[in-house]
Design a protein around this ligand. Structure first.
Ligand SMILES: Cc1cc2nc3c(=O)[nH]c(=O)nc-3n(C[C@H](O)[C@H](O)[C@H](O)COP(=O)(O)O)c2cc1C
Length: 211
């Protein structure tokens, strides 16, 4: 397409966007979360499989279910965030492939017969989709606080185990024990007064090679 975005957009998405741990007292409404999904669903995943599933925890009750799984250093920032999303992945994502990737009918069977390929594909692509979520949130004016400091097994047991439906979710793919957590991401409008100076990044020559 060759289209570019302006400096304001680049600052918003990359150069001035920060990881937030403190939040303004400004709620995030459900329509904003729907708008967020309508953006993040578009960037690419392998075989268009889109294995990520997103559980948006908004209520105090839902946050309390998450609390025992959090590393101590992540309690305060998570309990005070307007929304915490569990970025998860569906180990049976391949059931959707006849709809999502109809041009290749054999792809579903390829995954059904190869659990290792399922795991690596689900992890890789749900991680990508989690990154798409962060960028889409920034594009909508939200701030993010991603976290891996939590007990995945506890989250999976509390929210995704068979017979323990994800609170408030009526989607058929959540309650059957085949969804696993990847990482968490707090969402809201960040309080910049709590920010520390920005950490450095590797220079081009420290991270890239031109072959
Ligand atoms: C996958 C992932 C996991 C992270 N886990 C935690 C965490 O458990 N607790 C925490 O306080 N910050 C966590 N962070 C935040 C990073 O330390 C932070 O994004 C990084 O230092 C860059 O900060 P900046 O965006 O303000 O430049 C995590 C970030 C990512 C992407």
């Amino acid at each position: 397409m060759g289209r570019t975005i302006d400096d304001l957009a680049l600052d918003t998405l990359f150069r001035e966007a920060r990881t937030y741990t403190a939040w303004q007292a400004r709620p995030v409404d459900d329509q904003t979360l729907r708008d967020l999904y309508e953006l993040l669903k578009w960037p690419p995943t392998s075989a268009n499989a889109t294995p990520a599933r997103f559980a948006f925890l908004r209520s105090k009750e839902a946050k309390e279910r998450l609390r025992p799984a959090l590393a101590p250093g992540n309690h305060e920032k998570t309990m005070t965030a307007p929304v915490t999303v569990i970025v998860a992945y569906d180990m049976k994502f391949y059931d959707q492939l006849p709809k999502l990737f109809p041009q290749s009918p054999g792809t579903k069977q390829m995954f059904e017969n190869n659990p290792q390929l399922v795991e690596v594909t689900a992890q890789r692509n749900s991680t990508l989709q989690g990154a798409y979520l962060i960028m889409a949130a920034r594009a909508l004016g939200l701030d993010c606080g991603p976290m891996s400091g939590f007990d995945n097994a506890k989250v999976d047991e509390e929210f995704f185990a068979a017979g323990k439906p994800c609170l408030g979710c009526d989607q058929e793919f959540f309650p059957e024990g085949h969804v696993k957590s990847n990482f968490l991401c707090n969402l809201g409008y960040g309080d910049p007064s709590a920010l520390r100076p920005r950490l450095p990044r590797l220079p081009f020559n420290g991270a890239c090679s031109l072959l």
